[in-house]
Design a protein around this ligand. Structure first.
Ligand code: NDP
Length: 337
């Protein structure tokens, strides 16, 4: 059993020394347990937070402990009712080939799912994040303007496409011409602005002639700086993530703008609500799965996946994810299906 354990807590960006590959025996299964073989491992931005012991909503991974992660696996052996050899499941086996499970937190996907890895993306955690954050906190009304950063990532791409289905004007923000073209040509956004280009703030203003009613926040930093002056009175901000800050080791230089920010929220009567998807909206999963399943099947929501072969590639692929090198949902193919 190969597994990546946390070797040291990264200062700033994780390095190749942050995780260490260890190999030990494939674990035995006791009564009321099953052995799972990982086929797909999800790479997600929240993993950076788990590498750190700063206070957060979830406990950190301890040094020497297997790195946590969402997985799609197949049942190798089982003494658990309802889980049979060969079945597909989605759960949290972490960065390893095999895991023993008592079934808690594991959801069956059946014997022959059409797209098993999609349970880590559009039909799973990122999809639920997009759907719940937009509908429950964004409270969209047809005709309003929605802006979303990380526009081609699994959350942002889904937010924008749901926005289109709900009749919004959707403007994406993404890094680079290729990602922006994808957002408009494939995902159907009305516009997409490249935050790495000169004149980004001006281009965002041109793309939002009637201001911004909903800003789905994935990114923070200079993207938020450009969004802030465009926010309309009574705008809503589902505060989902701040990926531009995850590797930061200190606050940025410059004047303290907290007073300005709070004053802006007050004068414009803006609602900002942070959320942690399973804690706040896990109970909505069945409703989400039904609605999203229908949209995906009807081709109304497109999904782009970036499959990378080999567990040994996971640390490099994760470092690249935080640098914006990914394009679509990053998944590691760990084992044969
Ligand atoms: P993504 O695949 O979108 O994240 C990677 C992308 O983030 C990159 O491709 C890059 O896109 C963008 N990015 C990276 N660094 C920067 C930067 N410095 N400035 C601007 N953009 C940057 O991830 P997900 O779709 O999985 O997640 C999106 C956000 O949602 C994350 O912040 C994540 O933490 C959050 N999240 C929150 C949840 C919750 O419960 N609150 C649950 C799930 C996700 P580009 O090249 O376009 O810049």
């Amino acid at each position: 059993n190969r597994r990546f354990v946390l070797a040291e807590r990264p200062q700033g960006e994780p390095t190749e020394g942050t995780l260490r590959l260890e190999t030990d025996a494939v674990p035995d299964v006791g009564d009321g347990q099953m052995l799972l073989r990982t086929v797909f491992l999800s790479l997600d931005p929240y993993m950076r937070g788990r590498m750190s012991d700063a206070p957060s909503y979830a406990a950190p991974v301890e040094i020497g402990q297997t790195m946590v992660g969402g997985t799609v696996s197949r049942v190798v052996r089982s003494t658990l009712p309802g889980f049979n050899e060969g079945d597909w499941v989605v759960g949290f086996s972490g960065w390893q080939d095999y895991a023993v499970s008592d079934g808690k937190g594991v959801t069956p996907l059946g014997a022959d799912p059409v797209h098993p890895s999609w349970a880590l993306g559009v039909m799973g955690m990122p999809g639920l994040t997009a759907w719940a954050g937009l509908t429950q906190i964004g409270k969209p009304k047809a005709g309003e303007t929605l802006v979303v950063g990380g526009a081609t990532g699994p959350v942002g791409a889904t937010v924008g496409q749901i926005g289109k289905i709900l009749g919004l004007r959707v403007v994406g923000i993404a890094g680079g011409v290729e990602k922006c073209s994808h957002a408009v040509d494939v995902l159907g956004f009305d516009a997409c602005v490249d935050y790495k280009s000169d004149g980004f703030a001006g281009q965002l203003a041109l793309a939002t002639p009637e201001g911004i009613d909903i800003y789905f926040e994935n990114v923070g930093g200079k993207v938020f700086d450009a969004v802030a002056p465009r926010l309309n009175t009574r705008a809503r901000i589902p505060l989902c993530g701040l990926i531009s800050q995850y590797n930061a080791t200190s606050l940025p230089d410059g004047p303290d703008r907290l007073g300005w920010l709070m004053g802006m929220f007050l004068k414009k009567r803006i609602s900002v609500r942070g959320f942690i998807v399973f804690d706040d909206f896990g109970h909505l999963y069945p409703e989400f799965a039904k609605e999203m399943g229908g949209w995906v099947e009807a081709g109304r929501i497109k999904y782009r996946e970036e499959m990378i072969d080999g567990l040994e590639e996971a640390p490099r692929a994760f470092i690249g994810l935080l640098r914006g090198e990914g394009f679509g949902k990053r998944v590691i193919r760990v084992g044969p299906d």
